[in-house]
Write a protein that binds this ligand. Structure first.
Ligand code: ADP
Ligand code: MG
Length: 577
């Protein structure tokens, strides 16, 4: 075949394929146009998953009657005049392709009236051609109706999925716009039934409640920046560590009001939750990044779902810091009164020793009657992420503690919970360089494998900060002089050999987190085990200590410490709702 220029309708159908992939892409483009037009009220209506009909009606600025036809030309836009403008773009659209593309692959009716014109205009388009024009008596604003999508592109039509699937894609986009624009009143109806309404109150939390329900919406933490930077601001909401999902799909990102997908920023958010969530679980987040338009290139892809940052690292850091800071701020490390200085603590412990010998032995807080004095603010339990005060009911299979709280029933894994308690305590002690260490009466020699020996040598200082005093004694032999008090009742040789093996086998990531890895290892070893019968006193001590933890809901390895059955869940299970 000789080279020839494609007829315009073929060319435009091909081009349309880039912008219009499925009904949801039409909805996205039309809603973006409405937002760009300054609309406050947008109504979206679909039939048969958008395959039969998509209608978007807005109360925006409208299109002047003289310009309606132009709006359907490819590369015609009112949002940009020079390539230079791209660096200043603040609208969602700018490529001037959407209406042309939609018009090329469906039957479109445009009904519009500019605010300052007496009569509006109406235009019908079919497969890229105007088939009817006239006036319109509508109030200011625009309605675009798209029927029979891909009626002239059977290949595309074949690839559309079930109505339900297409509707799901449409809803995903609409949810994003509702979240990104809390001022917007967005009403969605499918096949004649209203399925979603965003309140348009201007408060993001109201939208969260509309989208995710009251439980998540009310618990979400508003992002607070520790030091707001002039260039990059991060706002939005993140879930407290107690609420999580199986995938990253609930992490939603916007840059300058535009929804984007960005693996790196998603990772920044996930990482901010490190050690706070069970393994394989992810937070919910709605994070909005605002930065000067010149610092972000939105013209990377026709659908604009990817952007390029001039300084990606700075954006990454800003997002991670803001989220991490919010989590720490809202679920803070225990206040000083809960962790008194070592001296005071031991003096107090001695004084209280006779009251709770067992709890003391376990390294736990004192039972409620004594420990929960004036110095522990009760409200702290009510903060997001923290535990409310719980009442111990009993123990199941010598493994789980059953407790009751204001929000229902809690089943607590005693081993995991104790690991968490010991872990936070140990790290706090390490920070103060006050980890209790048990010196051996006689130093013990231990011979290790070459690998274990070199690991031990490399990390000697870290180990010392956690209570291990180990000295090289020629070759692969080391002298153990002291071990952390937490494991003092074990054979020191055994402890060291096991630790070396654990490090060697790389159960834990080494490197920067070596101290935390070793701390986790020690705490796992020292924590009460499953199958250990506890007295009520001991259980209470454990629960009190857990209440004081910054991250009580997971063990240091990321597994859950507890299962919470809320009052409403119980009512639901018993058919009381
Ligand atoms: P773009 O949004 O990239 O400019 P479109 O093809 O989506 O390109 O729209 C073309 C032009 O039509 C827009 O620049 C705008 O001037 C006008 N327009 C489209 N939809 C609306 C609307 N809902 N309200 C007002 N003007 C609109
Ligand atoms: Mg547009």
């Amino acid at each position: 075949m000789p080279i020839h220029v494609l007829p315009p309708d073929v060319a435009s159908q091909i081009a349309a394929g880039e912008v219009v992939e499925r009904p949801a892409s039409v909805v996205k483009e039309l809603v973006e146009n409405s937002i760009d037009a300054g609309a406050r009220d947008i109504r979206v209506e679909t039939r048969a998953g958008g395959k039969q009909l998509i209608r978007v009606r807005d109360d925006g600025c409208g299109i002047p009657a003289a310009e309606v036809e132009l709006a359907f030309h490819r590369h015609s836009t009112s949002k940009l005049t020079s390539a230079d403008d791209l660096t200043r773009i603040t609208t969602l659209g700018f490529r001037g392709e959407a209406l042309a593309s939609i018009g090329a692959v469906s039957r479109v009716t445009l009904d519009t009236r500019a605010a300052d014109e007496e009569v509006g205009a109406r235009l019908r388009f079919e497969g890229g051609r105007v088939i009817e024009r006239g006036g319109s008596g509508r109030p200011p604003g625009t309605t675009v109706t798209v029927e029979d999508l891909f009626f002239n592109v059977p290949a595309r039509r074949k690839f559309l999925r079930s109505d339900r699937t297409e509707r799901r894609h449409i809803d995903a986009w609409l949810t994003r716009y509702a979240l990104a624009y809390p001022d917007l009143r967005l009403t969605v109806s499918h096949d004649g039934r209203v399925t979603f309404r965003s309140p348009g109150s201007g408060a993001l939390r109201d939208v969260l409640i509309a989208v995710y329900g009251l439980e998540v919406g009310a618990a979400a933490l508003e992002i607070v920046a520790d030091r707001p930077s002039a260039d990059i601001t991060v706002t939005g909401f993140v879930s407290p560590p107690s609420i999580h999902r199986a995938g990253r799909g609930f992490i939603i990102l916007f840059v300058n009001g535009r929804w984007i997908q960005d693996a790196s920023l998603t990772y920044a958010i996930v990482q901010a939750y490190q050690t706070l969530l069970p393994a394989g679980r992810y937070p919910l987040a709605v994070v909005m990044v605002h930065l000067p338009p010149a610092d972000v290139d939105v013209n990377v892809h026709p659908t604009k779902a990817e952007v390029r940052f001039r300084d990606g690292d700075a954006v990454f850091r800003a997002v991670q810091r803001a989220v991490r800071y919010t989590l720490l701020e809202r679920a803070p490390v225990p206040p000083a009164s809960v962790q008194p200085a070592a001296g005071i603590e031991s003096a107090r412990r001695d004084r209280l020793a006779h009251l709770a010998p067992a709890a003391r032995q376990l390294g736990l807080a004192q039972p409620a009657s004594v420990g929960r004095g004036a110095d522990i603010p009760l409200e702290s339990g009510a903060e997001a992420g923290r535990l409310p005060p719980l009442r111990v009911i009993g123990q199941v299979r010598a493994t789980y503690i059953v407790a009751e709280g204001p929000e229902g029933l809690y089943l607590i894994d005693q081993h995991a919970a104790h690991e968490r308690v010991l872990f936070e305590k140990l790290l706090a002690e390490r920070k103060r360089a006050a980890v209790p260490s048990q010196a051996l009466l006689e130093p013990r020699p231990v011979e290790l494998s070459p690998e274990a020996a070199s690991l031990l040598t490399a990390h000697r200082e870290t180990l010392a900060s956690l209570g291990f005093r180990v000295e090289p004694f020629g070759g692969r032999t080391f002298l153990v002089r002291a071990v952390p008090a937490l494991v003092a009742d074990e054979e020191p040789q055994q402890v060291l050999e096991d630790l070396a093996t654990a490090l060697e086998l790389g159960d834990e990531p080494l490197g920067e987190q070596i101290a935390e890895s070793v701390a986790r290892w020690v705490c796992k070893r020292a924590a009460i085990k499953a199958g250990q019968v506890l007295t009520v006193e001991e259980m209470e001590g454990l629960i009190r200590s857990l209440e004081q933890c910054a991250s009580p809901r997971t063990c240091p390895h990321g597994r859950p410490t507890m299962i919470h059955l809320s009052v409403s869940r119980l009512a639901h299970e018993f058919g009381r709702t």
